[in-house]
Design a protein around this ligand. Structure first.
Ligand code: SF4
Length: 425
């Protein structure tokens, strides 16, 4: 078939968005020539994130820059910003098409059939079923990402995601198993299971995450399964015990905490307190002290006084956590937290974020150093890197022609300037 032109993609935000872009690209690959350089393309799909104001501003600046340098390029904006704020995008002259999350599957039609409207928006909460798909076989990466759940039924007071992604819905378990096996057959050794709220997996289809993982353990040949992020509120002892007995689940867990202060957790409407979180960390580390545990922390949530921040910092310093992703609090339209009057000053948010990032770096290095001289297993990545099963990013110094995505054994011999160095053995 004759190509309808060059198309490029700009993707922002989480792994689920990256995964959605791959699906859209796959559906367009028969009609368009996919290229990397947006400034030489006839069409560009901008798959947006709207988790912070900073993300919004960054995306809008990229859109303007792209149109300025390539005025003929038709820009289609999709993703979470298109879902939550289409009215705003409509006013931006550089944007040619707007298609929300609910209608992403219509993107090929929008670009190829002139009768289709330029703006396709609907109510994301009308969607009750997971939108399944076929695997994109075009490009081989170090590991495969499989998004098995979408949406979230909770309402943390700072979070806009439920309004961008709708109700929680899950891929059928049989489809998850088939896809993991398909990835194995394509030569992948590791699959990352992701979702908007992965811990809700199965709630809508009479299943749950533990049940799914048990099936994967029995029916899949893949070497490694990694979980993107789980919610402490839904992390049971049974699930943790399963992790430690599993041959496939990598001992690296991202468990979203958000604050080291129980008062702040309460005002965020998180569904757990620090005692529960501590129990989870203890259980994981007691079962396997080589496990890496990371978390997300929001700095400067409304009402976070100096006293509460210090309490949170002290908690994080002592907790059995090995790194954090730190986000300065950002107002999101329509969320409960955005209407609070007790906001934290921007400079203070930056200062607190910096302090937390420094603490995270120290903890990460301490974790890395524990493994100097030990033989570890991992997956090779591009540019002479490997990622161990317990999530250590290792710069490889010898390079015996190992391809991307292979299972490798390595020894870390040095941790310096925030990086681990090692050799394949
Ligand atoms: S659990 Fe809370 S933070 Fe996570 S997606 Fe749902 S509302 Fe957002």
């Amino acid at each position: 078939m004759k190509s309808l032109g060059n198309i490029s993609f700009l993707t922002y935000g989480c792994k689920v968005n990256q995964f959605d872009t791959d699906r859209i690209a796959s559906s367009l690959s028969y009609k368009f020539n996919i290229i990397d350089d947006a400034e030489s393309s006839d069409f560009c799909i901008v798959n947006t994130c709207t988790v912070t104001n900073k993300a919004d501003n960054h995306i809008l600046s990229d859109i303007r820059k792209l149109k300025k340098n390539n005025p003929k390029c038709k820009i289609l904006v999709t993703g979470c910003m298109a879902q939550t704020n289409p009215e705003y995008l409509e006013k931006i002259s550089e944007v040619d098409y707007i298609v929300d999350n609910a209608n992403k599957y219509l993107i090929p039609k929008v670009l190829t059939e002139p009768v289709i409207k330029k703006k396709i928006i609907s109510n994301i909460f009308d969607i009750n079923k997971f939108n399944d798909f076929t695997i994109d076989k075009r490009e081989k990466r170090s590991r495969a990402f499989l998004s098995i759940q979408d949406g979230c039924d909770f309402r943390c007071t700072f979070c806009i995601i439920p309004f961008a992604r709708g109700k929680s819905r899950s891929m059928e378990t049989s489809s998850v198993i088939d896809k993991i096996n398909e990835f194995s057959n394509l030569g992948y050794n590791e699959v990352v299971l992701s979702g908007i709220h992965l811990s809700s997996y199965g709630n809508d289809i009479d299943s749950n995450l533990l049940e799914l993982l048990k099936l994967i353990e029995t029916y899949c040949q893949i070497t490694n399964i990694r979980l993107s992020s789980i919610d402490p509120a839904d992390t049971s002892k049974e699930l943790i015990d399963f992790f430690s007995n599993s041959k496939k689940i990598c001992p690296s867990f991202h468990i979203s905490l958000q604050s080291g202060s129980s008062e702040i957790l309460k005002s965020m409407k998180r569904r757990y307190r620090l005692e529960k979180f501590n129990d989870i960390l203890d259980l994981i580390k007691n079962n396997n002290d080589s496990s890496c545990i990371g978390t997300d922390v929001i700095a400067g949530f409304p009402g976070e006084t100096e006293y509460l921040f210090n309490k949170s910092y002290e908690y994080l310093e002592c907790a059995q956590l090995d790194y954090f992703h730190v986000f300065p609090y950002s107002d999101r339209r329509g969320t409960k937290a955005s209407s609070r009057k007790d906001k934290v000053d921007n400079d203070l948010k930056k200062e607190r974020s910096k302090a937390l990032r420094g603490l995270s770096e120290k903890k990460k290095m301490k974790f890395y150093k524990r493994f100097i001289g030990k033989k570890l297993t991992g997956i090779s990545e591009k540019n002479s890197h490997a990622r161990t099963r317990n999530y250590i990013d290792v710069n490889i110094k010898n390079n015996p022609n190992i391809k991307n995505g292979e299972v490798v054994e390595l020894v870390i011999d040095k941790v310096e300037d925030g990086r681990a160095f090692g050799i394949y053995v």
